[in-house]
Design a protein. Structure first.
Lengths: 115, 111
């Protein structure tokens, strides 16, 4: 079974631009979560989607948004990029909905550099 | 809010040495606890987990016990290998799939 895939793997943008990152979950997985990883702030939760609905959201400004499609693929968008948005963006998928934790499988990430 | 604190690295060991990476947490509920590992250039992989107090998670020779009384989940391995060199993250979850991570501890193992 193919793992979580993220595209593109690397991206360079300039301040003020916007960017869209894509994540394809493991086949059959319906939940997708996004995380930002930076040397200064570590790994921080961005948001989680299940069945095209945002279930949970982290403490990020409104410039960060996401969505999920009917095939469970997800995209996240960052508008008006700032230098501090340079990070590794990780996507994770899990199989089940529910109140208890479901094991998440992470993709390799998209490395975004903002110049 | 919930948080995870883990020891800063890097931790540098010789092959076959004993490993401990400390992790403590703060949570209002009864979280599940995890250790994730990140190898260079890769995403995160779940190493082990524990979902309730006194549970012991284990995998690939690594172990961690969920200690509610000390709010800890320390990672241990009896004999590390060079291939264990990676960054290790302690994490908790008490809201569905949302994970709260520690800052990560880099482990370097030399032959």
């Amino acid at each position: 079974k193919a793992g979580v895939t993220q595209t593109p793997r690397y991206l360079i943008k300039t301040r003020g631009q916007q960017v869209t990152l894509s994540c394809s979950p493991i086949s059959g997985h319906r939940s997708v979560s996004w995380y930002q990883q930076t040397p200064g702030q570590g790994l921080q939760f961005l948001f989680e989607y299940f069945s095209e609905t945002q279930r949970n959201k982290g403490n990020f400004p409104g410039r960060f948004s996401g969505r999920q499609f009917s095939n469970s693929r997800s995209e996240m968008n960052v508008s008006t990029l700032e230098l501090g948005d340079s990070a590794l963006y990780l996507c994770a998928s899990s199989a089940l909905q529910g109140g208890s934790y479901n094991e998440q499988f992470f993709g390799p990430g998209t490395r975004l550099t903002v110049l | 809010g919930d948080s995870v604190t883990q020891m800063e690295g890097p931790v540098t060991l010789s092959e076959e040495a004993f490993l401990t990476i400390n992790c403590t947490y703060t949570a209002t509920g009864y979280p599940s606890l995890f250790w994730y590992v990140q190898y260079p250039g890769e995403g995160l992989q779940l190493l082990l987990k524990a979902t309730k107090a006194d549970d012991k998670g284990s995998n690939k020779g690594f172990e961690a016990t969920y200690r509610k009384e000390t709010t800890s989940f320390h990672l241990e391995k009896g004999s590390v290998q060079v291939s264990d060199s990676a960054v290790y993250f302690c994490a908790l979850s008490d809201q569905g799939d949302k994970l709260i991570f520690g800052t990560g501890t880099r482990l370097q193992v030399f032959p």
